[in-house]
Design a protein around this ligand. Structure first.
Ligand code: ATP
Length: 373
């Protein structure tokens, strides 16, 4: 019989945290599978660090349980959990060299021959050459890698990362995102990463939980969250969503047709998170890079079956390879459109009358009774 190792599964059941009358984390059920790179994403104060600290054992839940694999660790102190944490402040020992910083966890457990393990760990984070330097002689990114090596040396089942890249500049942060992803793939253990940076979560994680006001709003693979958000909060937090107010006209089979701005828009039933009864209000969304622009004079060339609304170019800015347009539309919204590789001569200018068109398959529907950010 083969057994699957699930000791790195993290299962939160009804876990919550209150401080007096204030609820920082609402009752939360969440399973993070062994070996995955999972991100808790949300704005400051949404409860992501508190959730992470409850997994680490640094914060006692007000209710609910934490399981690692089959073990209920809810009442275990941090040091008895097979979990380690990397913080934004690297918390390295300034007087010890890099080798000794990484060796610390082994020595504390009374292990004498540490050389091989420490060298392996330093190789993993590509700092083999820096072993005899002191922390202040390393860059911020290198220091963060030492912190990761030190956290991994005791072979935890789960590594928790609390805004680990928050202190780094943008370029270094991007490098470290790829580096952390590589390290996670190599060691194969569960990583749970807390961040407020949507790009960081989307780049690194296999699955992302978007948190808002102590609740998980939506959980899924990054591309699914981006392409098929289920709330206005998620739609807006993960990018520009171009929300258009619409009303359900007809629903037939797997397609919904809505009335918007004097025209009709269609979307697949499976992409609508709002009730679909006729007359129901829906916010229709589409990401800016999914929209094509055609000059109103050439509207006859637009293939049938595409969603379309009319508009007038309000602003055009050239940003690297993409041209970003702002379009005023009678659909009731100012719409953003990003077009790649536009020839200078073909760029549309402010004042031009245009038709915006896109595939129904790239359209999502949200519940209009929710507040919009
Ligand atoms: P940030 O990115 O700013 O750390 P976060 O999403 O990680 O934000 P938490 O640190 O989990 O948020 O805090 C969630 C809420 O709980 C915040 O409103 C915070 O002020 C509150 N909170 C956290 N710790 C305590 C505490 N010890 N006592 C009272 N309130 C607290």
């Amino acid at each position: 019989m083969t057994t699957t190792d699930n000791s790195g599964d993290v299962r939160l059941s009804g876990i919550s945290k209150t401080y007096g009358a204030f609820t920082a984390v609402q009752p939360l059920d969440l399973t993070v599978p062994q070996g995955s790179f999972f991100a808790l994403l949300g704005a400051s104060g949404c409860g992501k660090t508190t959730t992470l600290r409850m997994i680490a054992g640094l914060e006692e839940p007000s209710a609910g349980t934490v399981h690692l694999g089959d073990q209920d660790v809810t009442r275990l102190p941090p040091y008895k959990r097979p979990v380690n944490t990397v913080f934004q402040s690297y918390a390295l020992f300034p007087h010890l060299d890099i080798f000794e910083n990484v060796a610390f966890g082994l020595r504390r457990r009374g292990i004498k021959s540490v050389k091989k393990q420490v060298e392996e760990m330093l190789d993993l984070v590509q700092l083999g050459e820096q072993a005899r330097k002191k922390p202040h002689q390393l860059s911020g990114g290198q220091q963060q890698r030492v912190a990761v090596a030190r956290a991994l040396i005791n072979h935890p089942k789960v590594l928790l990362l609390d805004e680990p890249l928050g202190a780094l500049d943008l370029k270094l942060r991007r490098q470290m995102q790829l580096e952390l992803k590589r390290i996670q793939t190599e060691v194969g253990i569960t990583f749970i990463h807390v961040t407020h940076d949507q790009e960081e979560a989307m780049t690194m994680a296999d699955r992302v939980a978007v948190m808002n006001a102590g609740r998980v709003e939506q959980l899924g693979a990054p591309a699914d969250l981006y392409e098929n958000p289920s709330t206005t909060f998620v739609a807006n937090f993960l990018g520009t969503s171009n929300l258009i107010e619409a009303e359900v006209d007809t629903t037939s089979g797997d397609e919904i047709v809505l009335k918007a701005g004097g025209g009709k828009l269609a979307l697949p039933t499976g992409r609508c998170a709002a009730p679909t009864t006729t007359g129901g209000k829906v916010l229709v969304g589409v990401r800016p890079e999914k929209i094509s622009l055609t000059h109103a004079d050439d509207a006859g060339e637009i293939p049938a079956g595409r969603n379309r609304v009319t508009g007038k170019i309000a602003d055009a800015s050239f940003i690297g390879v993409s041209t970003q347009y702002v379009v005023d539309s009678p659909a009731g919204a100012e719409l953003a459109v990003y077009v790649q590789n536009v020839d200078r001569d073909a760029r549309l200018v402010p004042g031009a009358d245009v038709v915006l068109h896109w595939s129904p398959a790239h359209t999502f529907g949200l519940d209009a009774s929710q507040s919009v950010l």
